[in-house]
Each structure stands twice: as C-alpha cells, then as structure tokens.
Design a protein around this ligand. Structure first.
Ligand code: PHB
Length: 387
C-alpha cells in the first residue's frame, strides 16, 4: 500500500516537473555573428552580452540557441540565414555585425517573416527605405552615430576635415552622414578616401594623401582589427601630433582599445554606449559584466545584452512564436545600461543618447572620458512606412 502511494506521488511529481518544464527551450533563436574575419571579436562580445541577458532574466532554459558564423561576408550571411530559418526553423534571429550582410539578408528576412533583432549592423536602409516589420534594431544606425558628430565638431570650431573609411556600406553611410551634417553646420570636407575592406594592412599611402590636404582634423570609421591597425599607424606615422583624430567611437572601442595602447590617447569619438556612463543602471551592469567576464563591457556587449533583454521581455509578455515575438518587439522601451532605449514604431530603429568621449590614460590603462551627450537621437523615417 505504502509503495503504491509512493509510486503515485512520484508519478505526480514527475508529471508536475514535465508541466513546469513544458516551456523549456520553446523559443529557438539563431545567432548570426562573425566568428572569423576582421569582426570576429565583436561577434564574441555580442554573444557574451546576449547570454548574460538570458541568465539575468532567468530565461536561459526557455531559449535554445543555434549559432552560425557569417564571416562578415554577405553571401555567407545569406546562406547561414537561410539555414537557420529553413533547416533549424528558428523563431527569431539575433545578430549581424556588418551592414553589407544586413543589406544582403534583408529581403529573405522580410519574406520569411522571421523576426530579426539586429545587434550591431548600422545599415541605414534597414530601418529606412528598406525597413521591414521583421527587422528591429537595438544597436544603432550608421547615420545616428555620425550625424551628431558633424554638428558637434563644427560647433567646437573645426573647419576643414579629411575623411577615411573602409569601402563598404557602413564606411560610406557613416561618412555620408557625418559630412552632410558637418557641411550643413558650415564645415568643409577637403578630401575623402575609402580603403579596401578587411584587406588594408598599410594605411601609409592614405595617411600621406590625407596629410597633404592640410585638414584641421581627420574623421574616420574603422572597427575591429582595422581600427587597431589604423590607430597605431596614425600615431607611428607621426600624424597624431599635428592633426587631431576624430571618428565614430568604434575606432577606440573599449573592446580593443587596450590593443591600441597609448596611440589611442586623445582620440575623440562618439557612441551610443561607453562603460563610463554615470548612472545606477550602468554601474550595476558594468559590475555584473566585470564579475562574469573580468573585463569592462563595450558597446558590442551592451548591444548583445539588449538584444537578449528585448527577447526576454517579449517572452515574458507572452510571445511564443515568430508572429507574437515580432508583435512584442516593436513595443520595447526601458532604461538600461546605455540610458533610455526605445524602439521607434515608425522605423523599428532604436532611439537613444549619443555620447561624445575622449580616450584618456587611466593608471596603466585607458578609459573613456565623457565630454558631451546628445539626448534621444531619433532617425528620420527616410522612406520607411511602418507607421
Ligand atoms: C557595420 O558594418 O554596420 C559596422 C561594423 C562594425 C562596427 C560598426 C558598424 O563597429
């Protein structure tokens, strides 16, 4: 009799266990990130931030992750996106670092109606003329980071600027946005050059030409391995002491600024996140990230973190599949490590602050000294007709 009771109790207990775990791994997410190539370190950092958000939200077991390497190459990105959607049947995709990859996968994402949370790629068109209700961006748009810098540099008295960037979508869009607002504020672009993406080892010839144009300042976009090479060569070729270097803040990202070393000191740039943001939310985030990974978080970590957080919020709000996740994502708004974060219902791009910072020495290392905040930067719809 006793044994029967015990068996019955055990059956009940295991039924309850099954019921409790019925939601485990219900949401399948495809992470599409570069694991190789010039942006490999960025992909790893985004993934770390993403996993941290799932753990923090107590939702790790609700998500099953499938990870694919985009290599930051458009054709590879498209093939991997198709694999994630058609073969793995993911409920959502997260990631994409390169604007060129985002441009290449846009039609497939839109057509397959799988929500994509963009955790880096700034391609303006993905939340502009080629926007899609299935594409939600928690990172930034290329124009959003660079447009404020054009106005800001003109205001502090910089008159003539020479620009440099890699020759692909992000390089062109970042420089176009900077140049447009800089010229509108009275500045002059005295020269501009695009370097082969991922292939340029020696910036010497480009720096020689830039110097010959006698600008007041040089403004650039470089990221990942290219940023490290560029910042070091700018210093070692002797330009830094004569011509101040400005750019979008990926140039001196906390992710790789230590590899740049003293060459990065004095470079002034702008980003939507730096670890020195002085708010309780950010201090708590930085402490938690450091405790887990033994390093300060970069903008890429926060982009991954917020991509995870918006998915956790969507699931907590009852989303269970592609359609309901899509629905919930456009309603996101909270204050996080970077400050206020709102998804603009008109474009599905994030509305956020942009911070101007200077890289300065801090003991043996480097830190980000905040020198300006441009509040709640929102992109124009640029032909997007979501709302
Ligand atoms: C991009 O291609 O959109 C891109 C890549 C790396 C960055 C920022 C933007 O750090």
């Amino acid at each position: 009799m006793k044994n029967h009771l015990l068996a019955a109790l055990m059956a009940c207990a295991s039924a309850a266990f099954v019921a409790n775990t019925a939601h485990a791994a219900d949401i399948k997410v495809g992470l599409l990130l570069p694991k190789s190539g010039p942006y490999a370190a960025l992909g790893k950092e985004i993934e770390d931030g993403f996993n941290m958000a799932l753990e923090e939200g107590g939702k790790s077991e609700d998500f099953k992750l499938v990870t694919e390497d985009s290599e930051a190459k458009p054709q590879v990105g498209v093939a991997k996106a198709r694999k994630l959607v058609l073969q793995d049947e993911v409920d959502a995709m997260v990631g994409i670092v390169s604007s060129a990859v985002l441009g290449a996968v846009r039609d497939f994402v839109d057509g397959s109606k799988v929500p994509l949370v963009v955790a880096n790629a700034g391609n303006d068109e993905a939340t502009g003329k080629n926007c899609s209700r299935y594409i939600t961006r928690v990172s930034f748009s290329n124009a959003q980071i660079n447009r404020p810098m054009g106005e800001w540099m003109a205001r502090i008295g910089v008159k003539k600027v020479y620009t440099l960037a890699p020759d692909y979508a992000a390089g062109h869009q970042m420089i176009d946005a900077f140049a447009e607002s800089f010229k509108a504020a009275g500045g002059e672009i005295v020269g501009s050059e695009y370097t082969p993406f991922g292939k340029t080892q020696d910036f010497g010839p480009y720096l020689t030409k830039a110097k010959a144009a006698s600008p007041d300042a040089i403004y650039v976009f470089y990221a990942g391995k290219e940023a490290i090479t560029f910042v070091k060569q700018y210093d070692s070729f002797g330009l830094k002491k004569d011509i101040p270097l400005y750019g979008s803040g990926f140039l001196t990202s906390p992710l790789y600024v230590a590899a740049e070393g003293p060459a990065a000191i004095g470079v002034t740039t702008a980003l939507h996140y730096v670890p020195t943001i002085n708010t309780p939310e950010n201090k708590a985030f930085v402490a938690a990230f450091k405790a887990k990974f033994d390093r300060a978080p970069s903008e890429f970590a926060v982009q991954g973190y917020d991509a995870g957080r918006v998915l956790v919020e969507a699931v907590k709000a009852g989303a269970t599949d592609r359609a309901s996740i899509t629905e919930q994502l456009s309603k996101v708004s909270y204050s996080g490590p970077r400050g206020p974060l709102t998804i603009d219902p008109a474009t599905n791009n994030v509305i956020q602050n942009i911070y101007v910072y200077e890289t300065v020495a801090d003991g043996d290392g480097l830190t980000q000294k905040m020198i300006g905040t441009i509040g709640l930067v929102r992109d124009p719809a640029n032909g997007c007709t979501l709302k």
